[in-house]
Design a protein around this ligand. Structure first.
Ligand code: ATP
Length: 420
């Protein structure tokens, strides 16, 4: 096992396509790191560079204590699983699983050399070979392919082939495992099971793993840490709770979280009845900032700011509920989410549609100018997550209370989080 370190690593393809832009990344020995981000953000390129399938145009890559720039893929002792799975078509599943592991042990000359010159390594190899059958059994069971051991790859479904490829890569105990969307062809239920197995296997044998996905649920459930990528750069890296509770910028806030965070552009004004207080105001609605946040927010007084509220922190208030600071609106779309529902609340715009003091167009977390379709809302709607038992219908009048203790604040120009 080994740590994997990237220092200032860039990859520019011909035509000036910068797939990776000065990335620094340190994956500890035995860590499970997930890289997540939208299509084209550079996740696969990062893996291919670590595997040695591409060469960086800048920076240094180390695996263990050696720099591997220029070292061919086969000498890096990494296992890689792609979305498209490489299995030997003429070998059975069992033979495929055994093949990768034997390959790692080298040929007879390597074994003879170790026997004569490196007895400790020779013993390690011999033990590994002795354990191979047991490992094949363990991994084929973990990935649900134990009943397929005698079949050829051509006799398997796409999802089965993908699971065999995963078992084949991991059965050989590489120094590092690089997994590129390895479950993309597996159905939803099996995916959950295999994720659990991957996690269990990793807890038993913590091989350094870098796992690439565009699925944030997969990222949040699997990773010891998660690196969120965009445009060839890592935007934030940290544990799941850190990334969900303290997104570093508008992009991470908009990308991580299901359903996505409401991001509303507005201004902070003095509260009428309390000159030290601050109120967030849009053209359609307002909400009072908590006293704890005022110290840090006061520099944004009378300036544009983005308020982030997760749908679970926007509560629909029933008639007769005495909650004071509520926002009045109308129910728009209602999306069932199984045990809960996502409800759109539409607001009438009281003032001009766009505050001339706000950046125009305002920054959007997904890079494009804000529009009704981006999730940097123009504050004319909010999404609330509510229990399935509520009986609201589209068109009903409704009141919403925001839990401002859970609010996130962002600078609309830099996109960065404003921390307290
Ligand atoms: P996806 O989730 O769609 O697989 P990704 O995040 O893995 O996307 P990469 O495959 O790493 O993205 O690609 C990053 C960028 O580099 C993209 O803009 C892509 O078009 C470009 N790119 C990747 N490989 C090449 C190549 N061989 N030649 C030119 N451009 C490339």
């Amino acid at each position: 096992m080994a740590q994997v370190v990237l220092e200032g690593v860039s990859k520019e393809f011909p035509g000036g396509i910068r797939a990776l832009d000065r990335v620094d990344l340190q994956v500890a020995d035995g860590e499970f790191l997930v890289l997540v981000g939208p299509s084209g953000c550079g996740k696969s390129t990062a893996l291919r560079l670590i595997a040695g399938l591409e060469q960086p145009t800048g920076g240094v890559i180390s695996i263990g204590d050696r720099v591997v720039n220029g070292l061919p893929a086969r000498r890096r002792d990494v296992a890689m699983v792609f979305q498209s799975y490489a299995l030997y078509p003429h070998l059975t599943v069992a033979e495929n699983l055994a093949f990768g592991a034997r390959l790692r042990d080298g040929g007879w000359s390597g074994r003879l050399f170790d026997k004569l010159a490196r007895p400790a390594r020779a013993k390690e190899r011999a033990d590994r070979r002795a354990n191979l059958a047991a490992r094949i059994k363990e991994f084929s069971q973990a990935f649900g392919v134990a009943s397929l051991l005698e079949r050829l790859p051509g006799q398997l479904s796409g999802g089965e082939r993908q699971r065999v490829a995963l078992a084949k890569a991991l059965v050989r105990s590489p120094a590092a495992s690089l997994l590129d969307e390895p479950l993309s062809n597996v159905d939803a239920q099996l995916r959950v099971e295999i994720r659990r197995e991957l996690k269990r296997l990793h807890q038993r044998q913590p091989v350094t793993t870098i796992y690439v996905t565009h699925d944030q649920v997969e990222a949040l459930t699997l990773g010891d840490r998660i690196g969120v990528m965009r445009d060839g750069q890592i935007q934030q890296i940290g544990q799941a709770a850190e990334i969900c509770d303290r997104p570093a910028n508008l992009f991470v806030a908009g990308f991580i979280g299901s359903p996505p965070m409401n991001l509303c552009l507005g201004r902070l004004r003095n509260t009428e009845w309390d000159e030290d207080g601050l109120r967030f105001e849009t053209a359609s609605w307002g909400a009072q900032a908590t006293p704890e946040s005022i110290g840090r927010l006061s520099q944004y007084r009378d300036r544009p700011i983005v308020l982030g509220v997760r749908p679970r922190d926007a509560r629909l208030v029933a008639d007769g509920d005495p909650t004071g600071d509520t926002i009045k609106g109308t129910i728009g779309l209602i999306e069932p989410l199984g045990d809960s529902r996502l409800v759109e609340i539409l607001f009438e715009t009281a003032g001009p549609p766009h505050d001339p003091g706000l950046p125009d167009p305002p920054v959007s977390p997904l890079g494009a100018p804000a529009s009704a379709g981006s999730n940097l809302a123009l504050s004319s709607s909010l999404m609330c997550k509510i229990g399935a038992r509520y009986s609201f219908r589209p068109g009903d009048r409704a009141r919403v209370a925001l839990d401002m203790g859970q609010a996130h604040w962002f600078d609309p120009l830099s996109g960065l989080r404003i921390d307290f």
